[in-house]
Design a protein around this ligand. Structure first.
Ligand code: HSE
Length: 308
């Protein structure tokens, strides 16, 4: 196999209370990447999506992730990469993670699966470092593993794959850009003990709920008392979307990654679509362009769609 085409899923990081440690892959939207293995020690990157992302290897998330992989592989190889993004950069839906994770998973297929998933996460985190200044794995891990992942530790890397409950996910992406680096900068560096206790109760409850497939426990645990109160001020309409979605029967939700996208989890498609309508009405009323998705959890991660 010399050339491969993959579909790379969007991801929702944090899952409300699990800042930097929990994440989930979505079936929609997704990027398409084509990667060709060469014996020249060069990485060539081309974007066909019109987002104006840098194509210079050192400035491109796929480029730096592939550089890390090649440095480790230690043989004379290179890659030609063509990226068609549907996950808009700065959306909070793991756009940069998709670039780096998709590149290393596709490269690994071409190298006959030489590397393990934790190795690939390690390479892909270089893209996150480039994009956000921090090596966090809560987007790249679910993108590579599929489903829901828990990053117990980054150094050393310890990733736990959790079961995917059959829930519907409604996402609204208001078309304003929130840079992850900025959304991290505004966070308080210290946390009050009473808030920490609430937060780790919710994280433990959410993980237990996922493991036990206890939908009501999942819903009760979707609460963030540390990050959301600070970041939600960057997202017009956030509080109202959340409260109205709750009234419509969603389990709960919050900011997707560092925003501005908002996601809600629902037990069935009827509620998920009602939530979508609430989001549509809200952003039409505010007068901000937006995009919505009603989707499900992607349990597979990066998927091969063609190979030569
Ligand atoms: N956990 C990260 C954050 C995800 O919320 O800043 C964004 O890429």
């Amino acid at each position: 196999m010399k050339k491969i085409k993959v579909a790379v899923p969007a991801t929702v990081a944090n899952l409300v209370c699990g800042f930097d440690i929990l994440g989930m892959a979505l079936n929609d939207p997704f990027d398409i990447m084509e990667i060709e293995l060469t014996d020249e020690p060069i990485i060539r990157i081309k974007h066909t999506d019109g987002f104006n992302l840098p194509e210079v290897t050192e400035q491109n998330v796929a480029g730096v992730a592939l550089q890390a992989l090649i440095a480790d592989y230690g043989k004379k190889i290179g890659f030609n990469v063509t990226v068609c993004k549907n996950i808009k950069p700065g959306s909070g839906l793991g756009s940069s993670a998709a670039g780096s994770a998709g590149a290393v998973v596709a490269a690994n297929f071409l190298l006959d699966n030489y590397y393990s998933k934790p190795d690939l996460v390690r390479f892909a985190m270089n893209g996150e470092k480039l994009a956000t200044g921090v090596k966090h794995a809560d987007n790249v891990a679910p993108c590579i593993y599929g489903g829901i992942t828990l990053v117990r530790s980054v150094f050393p890397l310890d990733i736990i794959s959790l079961p995917s409950p059959s829930l519907f996910v409604t996402v609204v992406h208001p078309q304003i850009e929130v840079k992850t680096a900025d959304a991290r900068q505004i966070l308080r560096k210290e946390v009050q003990l009473k808030n920490a206790i609430k937060q780790w109760g919710n994280i433990a409850g959410l993980v237990a709920g996922i493991l036990k497939n206890d939908i009501s426990l999942i819903g009760r645990s979707l609460e963030d008392v540390i990050i959301e109160p600070v970041r939600s001020i960057l997202i017009p309409g956030f509080d109202e979307v959340k409260s109205k979605s709750k009234e419509a029967g969603t389990l709960g939700g919050g900011i997707s990654g560092s925003g501005p996208s908002i996601f809600m989890l629902s037990e069935n498609e009827i509620i998920a679509k009602e939530v979508e309508q609430i989001m549509i009405n809200m952003y039409n009323a505010i007068g901000i362009e937006f995009k919505t998705y009603v989707t499900t959890i992607n349990s597979q991660g990066v998927k091969i769609i063609d190979s030569e």
